[in-house]
Design a protein around this ligand. Sequence first.
Ligand code: FES
Length: 568
Amino acid sequence: MGIITIDGRKVEFTDEKNLLTIIRKAGIDIPTLCYHSELSTFGACRLCTVEDDRGRTFASCSEEPRDGMVIYTNTGKLKRYRKLIIELLLAAHCRDCTTCVKSGDCNLQTLAHRFGVTSVRYNNYREQKPIDFSSPSIVRDPNKCILCGNCVRVCNELQGVGALDFAFRGSEAMVMPAFDKEIAKTDCVNCGQCQIFCPTGAISIRHNREAVWEALADPDTRVIAQVAPAVRVAVGGAFGLPKGKSVMGKIVNVLHRMGFDEVYDTAFSADLTIVEESAEFLDRLKNGGKLPLLTSCCPAWVKFVGEQFPDYRENVSTCRSPQGMMSAVTKEYFRNPENSQGKKTVMVSFMPCTAKKMEAKRPNSFTNGEQDTDYVITTTEFIDMIRMTGIDFAELEPESSDIPFGFGSGGGVIFGVTGGVTEAVIRHLVPGHDKATLESIAECGVRGDDEDGLIREFSVPYGGTELNICVVSGLANARKVMEQVQSGEKNYHLIEVMACRRGCIMGGGQPRLAGDRTKAARKEGIYRADNVAVIKKCDENPMVMSLYEGFLKGKEHELLHNHEFCSS
Ligand code: FES
């Protein structure tokens, strides 16, 4: 422990890794563009610079705290310095702020307002580069890049992909994929984490909002929405409601008001996923099939394993993701003329994930030549759509999702957090529906999200066998696990992987700038939604069971499984 004097006040510190963290804990919001607590320190933007009692200035993000330090965070010199840095960044930046897709959500713009940068004295002489629209998930605009390196580090350090890097030097420096390839032609897994960490509009979500508005305006089209579990805990915060609170009822209401004919819950198809994936797992276990079974819900992970560990393609579950199952089943239901009433069906899925946009276009996401999911709207796009309508979201009364596909179990809802798929599978496999059984499953090692909990290993007894399970989130962690499996160091029966750390609640399509409290609130919101769910297990869901008895009979394989492995 030590003491640092910050702006004349004594502040205690213990094991904080840098000065910046201590200053922030003291309630001072030091500006940063290139610092993120989950990434290595880069020290490029210099906005976090502070001054000591001898007038020396240094970047607080890369300064180790020392007992007895005396520092100042807001001197006249620092204010001028920060303003100049922002002005210089803007000088080399495309300035179409009013029409930029990240307008209102851009850290550079926010800082320019905060530091009173109202004009830029320098011209931008940088050659305008083409915008990369090759990806179905993200758009890369090099003209808005400020070289903070966040995207490079997140792709490399957290996701273990390394699709982006710095090229050239000095004033020529740029961030780009190797050999300046289009991003879609690289190993990019479409997870969208780069756009979450990008402080400007240099990387943004590929939007599909206009196409959805057009479909909604067509009276001959039945527009159906499905809403993924993680979306419901990330929308409310944007409208002044408590962060992490599940607002599914309000979401259903607003979608109805927007003109959606049906609103379904992806937790319903998550229940279908559990029925199918559990059956597939038991079949592999009993009949000597390929193990470990690798989960297939996360398209970024599926692309990653397909490209980085091709020998394990057959280990990936053949189950379609909940999005894929819901879309295939719904489209099939409305193929029946009695149900369609002559209308065309358009499926719009509301997802926390940018990779779902890629999944929707994968060759195995088509049934009878028709794309199952027509459009994927991320949570961020959805919030913009609600704002566009002017509807007072916070004041909306909750409404119920529509039948027959609007009712999911608590097990389906917890798909939104890392470990949720596995926990739902265990609930399905273990007999007993009572509270004590569910609590003992929750405590078997499947939950937890601290730094060490991003890779979790545990065993569950089943039918005389100890099932070895690994739950992992973040692709760099998944790479570690797969390398251990490959070398024979580890042996698992089941591995659940979510590409984004902590699972879909922190997906690349969720609202940006989620701090530790928001992360925790989203996770709690998911578990609370499970707690209040009337049913907890997929096999208790009467809608799921009647579907198997009804029109799904004989079509389970066709509609619920992938018939070939496709990674993109
Ligand atoms: Fe410290 Fe950028 S945040 S140098």
